[in-house]
Design a protein around this ligand. Structure first.
Ligand code: GAP
Length: 477
C-alpha cells in the first residue's frame, strides 16, 4: 500500500490522529487513537519484558522529564546537540543539512561504492561551516540539483534541538525538556549501585517521552517533536567494549527479527558522523515506505557521560575492577530505539490489500503479529437473535478478564470480519444456533480465513495459544 494510504488508514481506523486537529494541527506531533494505544503498549511491553524480565542483569527505571540544568551541560547537549539547517526561499521551509545530503544521494541513486563521495561532501560542508564560510556552502548547495530541483537556498544556520522552559515566572536559568532518556539513567547510576545487587556488567532500561525541536520532515511518525524512546544503558569495564557492542548489536537485531516483518527489511549502518558522546555507532535501519532509515541506534558512549557527571556533580562514579585491581569509570553500551518508529515499521509493513479467493472481493488486512494486535478476539452473535446475543455477551464478559476483546452485533458477519481484519484482530468468534446445542463456537483466523469449531470452555486456551507474547520471547533464545 502507498504511504499515503497507510497514513490515512491509521487515522480512519483509530490508530493515529494528528494532534490538535480541530485547530489545524501541529506539524510532527501526533496522538494515538483507541487501537493505536494498544498496539503501542504491546510493543512497549514486549521491549520492556525482553529487557528486564528476560535478562537478570538489567533493571528498569522511570526518571523525570525535567532535570537539573547542569545535567545538560555535563552531557554536552547544551553546547553540542545542534543541527545545521538550510533554508529554501521557494518553499519557505528549512531542511536539516545531514538529511538533505542523505536525500540527495538517495534521489540521485548514488550507491555504496560512492560512499566516500557523500562523506567527503559532508566533511567539506561542516568544515566550511566551522570556518563561517556560509557563502561557499550555499553556492555549492544551489549548484547541485536536489530536492526535486529546488533552487534558492538562501540561509544556512545552526540551532540547539532542546526545548528550553523556565520553571518559574521570570526565571533566568534555563530548564530543558529532555531530548533523550539516557541522562536520567546515568544520574541514577549510584542510586542503583547502592540499592540493588547489580554488579558490572549490568544494564538499566527506561521508556519515556523525549522532546526535540525537529524541523518538519512530513514523514508521519518517523520524525516527531514529541516521541517516546526505549533505551538501555549497559555498564561495563573499559576493556569489554568490543565484546558488548557486538553482543548488543546482535541481540537487538534478533529482537526486531522476532516481530516477523522479514529479514530483508533490516540492515546495519555504521556511522561516520558520530554524535558528540559516541565513539562508535551502528544503526539498525529499516525499510520504511520511504526507504531504508534509522530504526535503532547502538552506541559505544565510552565513559563520556559518567566522567562528565563526575566533573560537574563532584560525585565519584568509580567502580572497583577486581581483574585489573583498580578503580575505573564504567563504559557504556547504549541501545536506543524510538517506540513510534517501531510502531510505524510494524504498522506500515503489515498493512496489506488482498483479493479474497472465493468472492474476488478486496479486503484490507493488518497482518500484524497476534501478540501485538490491539484486539485479541472479536465476539459476534451470528445474527441479532436474543438467545445468541445473550450467550455471546456471557462469553464476552467471561473472557474480557483475560484479553482485550470487542463485542459486535451490528451489520452482516462479512462486514464485521472486514472491520476486524482492518485493525488486525487475529481471531473472530461466532456464536450461532448450533452453539445453543453443542456448546461449540466458530473460531475464524484472520490471515488464512480458516475456521474451526471449538468448545466454549476451550476458548480461553485457544485465544491464549494464538496471541501470547511467550512465542515472541521463545524466538529470542
Ligand atoms: N540516547 C541516544 C539517542 O537519543 P538518537 O539516535 O538521537 O540517540 C535514538 O535517538 C532513537 O530515537 C533513534 O534511533 C530513533 O528510533 C528515535 N528517534 C530519534 N529522533 C526521533 C524523532 N524525531 N522522532 C521519532 N523518533 C526519533
Amino acid at each position: 500500500m502507498s504511504f499515503k494510504e497507510i497514513v490515512s488508514h491509521a487515522k480512519q481506523y483509530g490508530f493515529v490522529f494528528p494532534s490538535s486537529e480541530i485547530y489545524d494541527g501541529i506539524n510532527a506531533i501526533y496522538d494515538y487513537g483507541q487501537y493505536g494505544i494498544y498496539l503501542k503498549n504491546n510493543i512497549k511491553e514486549y521491549w520492556w519484558k525482553s529487557m528486564i524480565q528476560i535478562n537478570e542483569n538489567i533493571i528498569g527505571l522511570d526518571t523525570s522529564i525535567l532535570m537539573h540544568p547542569n545535567i545538560w551541560k555535563a552531557s554536552g547537549h547544551v553546547y553540542k546537540f545542534k543541527e545545521i539547517f538550510l533554508y529554501n526561499e521557494e518553499t519557505k521551509y528549512s531542511y536539516r543539512l545531514d538529511l538533505f545530503i542523505e536525500n540527495y544521494f538517495q534521489e540521485k541513486n548514488i550507491r555504496n561504492k560512492e560512499k566516500n563521495l557523500k562523506n567527503n561532501l559532508i566533511k567539506y560542508i561542516y568544515k566550511k561551516f566551522k570556518e563561517n564560510d556560509k557563502e561557499k556552502i550555499l553556492r555549492l548547495i544551489n549548484k547541485i540539483k536536489s530536492k526535486k530541483n529546488l533552487r534558492k537556498w538562501t540561509k544556512i544556520y545552526e540551532y540547539n534541538l532542546m526545548f528550553k522552559i523556565p520553571l518559574k515566572e521570570h526565571e533566568k536559568k534555563n530548564f530543558y525538556l529532555r531530548p533523550e532518556t539516557a541522562q536520567g539513567i546515568f544520574t541514577n547510576f549510584l542510586n542503583v549501585l547502592n540499592t540493588s545487587k547489580m554488579k558490572i556488567p549490568f544494564g538499566i532500561a527506561q521508556i519515556g517521552k523525549v522532546f526535540r525541536k525537529e524541523i518538519i520532515a512530513r514523514q508521519f511518525l518517523f520524525r516527531m517533536r514529541e516521541f517516546e524512546q526505549m533505551e538501555m544503558q549497559f555498564f561495563i569495564f573499559p576493556n569489554q567494549e568490543k565484546k558488548w557492542l557486538e553482543y548488543w548489536k546482535n541481540n537487538r537485531l534478533k529482537w526486531h527479527l522476532s516481530l516477523g516483518l522479514g529479514e530483508k527489511k533490516y540492515r546495519f549502518y555504521e556511522h561516520e558522523q558520530l554524535a558528540h558522546y559516541a565513539k562508535k555507532a551502528y544503526d539498525i535501519q529499516f525499510k520504511f515506505p520511504f526507504g531504508f532509515k534509522e530504526l535503532e541506534g547502538i552506541h559505544s558512549r565510552t565513559n563520556f557521560d559518567l566522567k562528565n557527571h563526575e566533573k560537574y556533580s563532584k560525585k565519584r562514579f568509580r567502580v572497583f575492577d577486581k581483574e585489573k585491581n583498580n578503580f575505573s569509570i564504567p563504559y557504556i553500551i547504549e541501545t536506543s530505539v524510538g517506540l513510534d518508529r517501531i510502531f510505524l515499521a510494524v504498522f506500515s509493513s503489515s498493512l496489506k490489500k488482498e483479493t479474497i479467493k472465493d468472492t474476488k472481493k478486496e479486503r484490507i488486512i493488518l497482518k500484524i503479529n497476534p501478540a501485538l494486535s490491539p484486539i485479541k478476539a472479536a465476539i459476534f452473535p451470528l445474527i441479532q437473535d436474543k438467545r445468541l446475543i445473550s450467550l455471546a455477551k456471557e462469553i464476552y464478559k467471561k473472557l474480557k478478564l483475560d484479553f482485550i476483546l470487542i463485542y459486535e452485533e451490528k451489520d452482516s458477519i462479512g462486514k464485521r470480519y472486514r472491520r476486524q481484519d482492518a485493525i488486525g484482530t487475529p481471531i473472530c468468534v461466532t456464536i450461532d444456533f448450533k452453539t445453543l446445542k453443542d456448546k461449540c463456537v466458530t473460531m475464524r483466523f484472520r490471515d488464512k480465513m480458516l475456521q474451526k469449531r471449538v468448545l466454549i470452555k476451550d476458548l480461553k486456551r485457544e485465544i491464549k495459544k494464538e496471541t501470547s507474547m511467550k512465542k515472541l520471547f521463545q524466538l529470542l533464545r
